[in-house]
Write a protein that binds this ligand. Structure first.
Ligand code: SAH
Length: 329
């Protein structure tokens, strides 16, 4: 729901301010439409249904994985493709992965979104509508900004959406923003008062390799990105998650694990999340054994590390696969 349009419309109709809060709290709790908002007068409900579309996004396609993961392709009102994913875990955790942009202006070589055309930044309401779509199916409690786009290039909308997530059932501590280390946005993010989690996509232990697989490194190099992350940890005492996608023969050698460990150092500032590569045609993923070996080297050097569970691979819903294939139409 376009919340600015909602408030403007209520003002035009001479409605008291609290009506906006009533409407939002119904939507945030998973209401399917204005009809369900029993504490809002029926005439007003009808008026709103005419003037404020219940969602800024239209569902175009949904796919469900064998593991229960659901991927939905939406269209914005100006026809831009947006994908979001609901991940269901055995421990009952429900996590939504949202997009912050339609497409992405960055060109990371291993990422499917990086190969598609950039559309535009999404509004806070368009980000929230991805979550509300899944909230209408079932309660959700975790959220990651790991869909299409670079969230910190659209930091105001991302923070605006994050601000309202607790109303939907997702606390700030269970909300993670993932970035390639876009420094201006990172500064703005670090200055915000919400205890959001930060994840940074590193993928290489040195600038030469990182620039080769992530051209944005030419602009914001490793040492600057890591310095900014360390400052964030020093101020908030919240560990920064380092994302590292495992590419066979590219960044997965034991020497590279040692280099990564010395870059990050022991201590609580960083924790590494090794991501099994989801093939998008360019690289081969590292084997399970190689990933386990890489993790062991990090741990020997006092760096905490986990291997990310892959979800939704059979429906192209896994990390880096959100490229809106059905969007060509
Ligand atoms: N632009 C942000 C957020 C979106 S991507 C960022 O890059 O952090 C979320 C994560 O998925 C990033 O760590 C990204 O590097 C990773 N990723 C991209 N393509 C992938 C692929 N094909 N397989 C596994 N992980 C991938």
């Amino acid at each position: 729901m376009d919340l600015e349009l909602l408030h403007r419309t209520l003002d035009e109709l001479g409605e008291p301010r609290f009506r906006g809060g009533q409407v939002w709290s119904w939507a945030a709790r998973g209401a399917g439409g204005y009809d369900e908002m029993t504490n809002v007068p029926a005439a007003l409900r009808a008026e709103l249904a005419e003037r404020v579309p219940f969602s800024t996004l239209e569902v175009q396609h949904t796919a469900t994985s064998r593991d229960g993961t659901v991927k939905t392709l939406f269209r914005t009102s100006d026809g831009r493709p947006v994908e979001a994913v609901l991940m269901r875990y055995r421990d009952a955790r429900r996590s939504v992965c949202v997009s912050s942009q339609s497409g992405c202006p960055l060109t990371c070589t291993f990422c499917a979104t990086g190969a598609m055309r950039f559309g535009r930044n999404l509004s806070a309401s368009e980000i929230l509508d991805q979550v509300l779509h899944f909230r209408r199916i079932e309660p959700v409690d975790h959220l990651v900004f790991m869909g299409m786009g670079e969230p910190l290039m659209n930091v105001e909308a991302v923070l605006g959406a994050a601000r309202l997530l607790p109303d939907v059932g997702v606390t700030h501590r269970r909300t993670t923003v993932s970035t390639i280390g876009w420094l201006p946005g990172l500064e703005r993010f670090a200055a915000c008062d919400m205890p959001l989690q930060l994840a940074v996509s590193l993928h290489a232990p040195d600038d030469a390799l990182r620039s080769r697989i992530m051209p944005v490194n030419e602009r914001y190099a490793l040492d600057e990105v890591l310095a900014s992350c360390r400052a964030h940890f020093a101020r908030t005492n919240r560990t920064v998650f380092v994302e590292y996608v495992m590419l066979a023969g590219v960044n997965d050698a034991p020497g590279q694990a040692r280099a990564l460990a010395s870059l990050l150092g022991p201590g609580r500032a960083f924790k590494v999340n090794l991501i099994p590569y989801n093939p998008t045609g360019v690289y081969e993923g590292s084997s399970r054994e190689v990933i386990a070996g890489f993790k062991a080297v990090l741990e020997e050097h006092g760096v905490r590390a986990t291997v990310r569970l892959t979800r939704g691979r059979d429906i192209d819903a896994a990390c880096g696969q959100l490229a809106a294939k059905a969007a060509a139409a």
